[in-house]
Ligand binder design. Structure first.
Ligand code: SUG
Length: 442
């Protein structure tokens, strides 16, 4: 089995809509000027770094924004420019939601179950309904089409529909999901983290910010994926961490293979969660708990320390891919240097600059969806999305041709920008052999 990181490419209309309540960076950046070209290049450089380190890397395309098709469904009509300008003037909040850059955070695209963990021996995908926010909920149909275009073979891949988009089933995808693996051939242990549930005590739910993921959604996804109960753990994220701004669990924890790096205040019942995982994993998880006295929740959220990626290098040792903000914080950087000394399996820490994404609350791990694939499954997927030096050069040149380096809110209603963006995405879908995944192509 090989873990492949599928990163969302940043789109040509990357912007700061201030759309996510409970995501502090998104709120703070609201309506500031963005730089789509820099954003896309920062993301692409991270993908290239992983490829150069010997970690398999693939690309997922951005969604088409502004989502003119959604605005039409909401009653705006006329030529595209009339739809855009009418919506911006009459319903600015709807317009902003239809312009969001948010499809770039592939960790929220879906939850994925490797074939080794599922009863039917196939890889399962459930696109997230992202029903907490309109700007994210509109991603699900295109995400589903893209995943089907990348993993087309029904002999290997099963695509489920997103869960019903109601509060009971709020689902934010792999950002609240970790798979532990101890032996490449054996099934892993899957940890699903939720923020609220019909059966959770009222006192366990955040009061300031919304808990986006429900236990009921996590259970439904695990059922769809055909996972044995012995291979499942459901854990509630602490209300304090959500109220401090950790709107997804990948802001307070990251796991990879047998390693779990997490904040002391990440879970509601930390000891109970560890005990259950220890039992089900037969004691094989290496716990790396970061004390609140070393890194406060606020520091963790400001630096996105736990949104680092842990990856296995060809040497068999691991690397931590951390955002620049971690290096800029004296205390977080000191703790990371400590980890490098203490943990024999950690070979290196790589710092990446993802400033444009971070300003919307998305770090290294938000940008990637992990898919574990066997050699046979690798052969059956659409190989044109795998990043190699050639695809990197092509995408880098494509960004140079099509992306602007400055975008402000008013530009999003400019029909010229829509044309530029659709032309770019049309070419991209050909380059990546995806067929007609975009509404404007259908
Ligand atoms: O859902 N930001 C995203 C960030 C998602 C980060 N993903 C993970 N943690 N896995 C969100 O809050 C902001 C968009 C805006 O304001 O324009 C936004 O949607």
């Amino acid at each position: 089995m090989t873990e492949v990181n599928f990163d969302g490419l940043v789109g040509p209309t990357h912007s700061y809509g201030g759309l996510s309540v409970g995501n502090l960076a998104s709120q703070q950046s609201a309506h500031t000027v963005s730089n789509p070209k820099e954003a896309a290049k920062q993301g692409l450089r991270k993908m290239k770094l992983l490829h150069d380190l010997g970690v398999p890397q693939a690309v997922l395309p951005p969604h088409a924004r502004p989502a003119v098709d959604v605005l039409r469904k909401l009653g705006f009509s006329g030529r595209d420019e009339e739809v855009l300008q009418g919506a911006r003037q009459r319903e600015p909040a709807l317009f902003a939601a239809c312009c969001s850059a948010s499809s770039m955070w592939a960790a929220n695209a879906a939850t994925v179950c490797p074939s080794g963990d599922s009863r039917d021996g196939k890889v399962h995908f459930t696109p997230a309904n992202l029903r907490s926010n309109l700007h994210r909920a509109i991603e699900a149909p295109t995400t589903a089409r893209i995943l089907q275009a990348v993993f087309p073979d029904p002999a290997c891949f099963v695509h489920h529909s997103p869960l019903p988009a109601v509060e009971l089933f709020g689902d934010e995808g792999a950002a609240n999901h970790t798979r532990f693996a101890f032996d490449a051939e054996a099934p892993g242990l899957q940890l699903f983290v939720y923020g609220r549930s019909l059966v959770a005590p009222a006192s366990s739910v955040p009061t300031r910010y919304p808990a986006r993921q429900s236990l009921e959604a996590s259970r439904a996804v695990a059922r769809l994926h055909g996972i044995e109960p012995a291979l499942l753990v459901f854990a509630q994220q602490s209300a304090d961490s959500i109220d401090a701004g950790a709107f997804h669990n990948d802001v307070v924890s990251v796991g990879h293979r047998d390693v779990f790096l997490f904040h002391e205040l990440a879970f509601r019942d930390q000891a109970g969660v560890k005990a259950e995982i220890d039992t089900k994993a037969r004691g094989r998880v290496r716990w790396i708990e970061i004390a609140a006295s070393d890194v406060t929740l606020d520091e963790a959220i400001a630096t996105y320390l736990f949104n680092s990626q842990l990856v296995t290098l060809p040497s068999g040792l691991m690397a931590l891919i951390a955002p620049r903000e971690c290096q800029d914080s004296k205390r977080v950087w000191a703790r990371l240097q400590g980890l490098l000394q203490e943990l024999g399996f950690l070979e290196r820490i790589e710092i990446v600059d993802l400033g444009q994404s971070m300003r919307n609350g998305g770090g290294p791990a938000c940008l990637r969806l992990r898919v574990d694939l066997s050699d046979r499954e690798m052969r059956r997927m659409n190989r044109a999305v795998m990043l190699d030096d050639d695809l990197f050069e092509k995408l880098d040149a494509w960004i140079d041709v099509h992306y602007r380096d400055r975008l402000q809110e008013a530009d999003l209603a400019d029909p010229l920008l829509l044309r530029e963006s659709n032309t770019a995405l049309d070419q991209l879908s050909q380059l990546m052999q995806l067929g007609s995944v975009y509404p404007f192509q259908r």
